[in-house]
Design a protein around this ligand. Structure first.
Ligand SMILES: Nc1nc2c(c(=O)[nH]1)N[C@H]1C(S)=C(S)[C@@H](COP(=O)(O)O)O[C@H]1N2
Ligand SMILES: [Mo]
Length: 225
């Protein structure tokens, strides 16, 4: 049985511990991932209107590149030196005519209907990637295929898997306290009100059960197909 118990390691951000494999993770770990279409397809809209479409051909034309980054979940697990392949999100947005913030907030949504809100600066930071591959393999059900956000400077829940839409909004989207607007790893922004430090231990206890349930539902999901 795989145990997901992270270890202390040098060079990690505050409160983080190291895992040597990237688990499947979710705050709804009983749910299998959505089925993964062969082609990535992303809708970009402003207050739900005038959607632009980001296709696999557009991403190919923009020149996907390999980017190495560490990944940090808010529950305190980190994995180091992942090799993603994708296109910087700000290049993708520029290619569909969005070079400046059309609205201050964006809702990023996955095919499993999981969503998170981001502010323009966090969304368009140079390290934010629209990723299609991890470790040389196309993204699958486990890690958010066919297309996911990768925002390495934010906690993992901002890296929406199975990404299907980005919708810019003028009003701040309402989200739960633990899914707050900015989740900067360097500042340990684990929660909108509580200091991140206080959550380290309770969150850490959730890692192993969550990862194991998420892994189990992955296999159940594929069995059903
Ligand atoms: N669509 C979607 N994206 C998601 C999640 C999810 O449940 N659904 N979980 C988030 C959380 S909490 C983390 S830590 C990472 C985990 O990514 P992984 O499963 O590839 O390790 O994905 C994030 N993106
Ligand atoms: Mo997470």
């Amino acid at each position: 049985m795989t145990r997901y118990w992270p270890r202390r390691a040098p060079g990690l951000p505050p409160g983080q511990r190291l895992l040597t494999v990237m688990p499947r993770f979710s705050d709804d770990p009983l749910r299998p991932p959505p089925s993964v279409p062969a082609e990535p397809s992303l809708t970009v809209s402003i207050e739900g209107v005038s959607p632009a479409h980001v296709s696999a051909e557009l991403l190919e034309r923009l020149g996907p590149r390999d980017v190495r980054a560490d990944f940090h979940c808010v529950t305190t697990w980190s994995v180091k030196d992942l090799r993603w392949r994708g296109v910087p999100l700000r290049d993708v947005l520029a290619a569909v005519g969005i070079e400046q913030a059309p609205a201050p907030y964006v809702v990023a949504r996955g095919a499993d209907r999981r969503w998170t809100a981001l502010v323009w600066d966090d969304l368009t930071a140079p390290d934010v990637l629209l990723a299609t591959h991890l470790g040389g393999e196309p993204l699958d059900g486990r890690h958010g295929g066919p297309l996911r956000l990768v925002a390495p400077s934010q906690y993992g829940y901002k890296s929406v898997k199975h990404l299907v839409s980005l919708d810019f909004r003028h009003a701040e989207p309402r989200a739960a306290a633990k899914l707050h607007l900015r989740a900067r790893v360097a500042l340990e922004e684990r929660h909108s009100r509580l200091p991140g430090r206080l959550l380290r231990v309770p969150y850490r206890l959730m890692i192993s059960p969550t990862a194991r349930l998420a892994e189990r539902s992955l296999h159940r999901g594929s069995d059903a197909e």
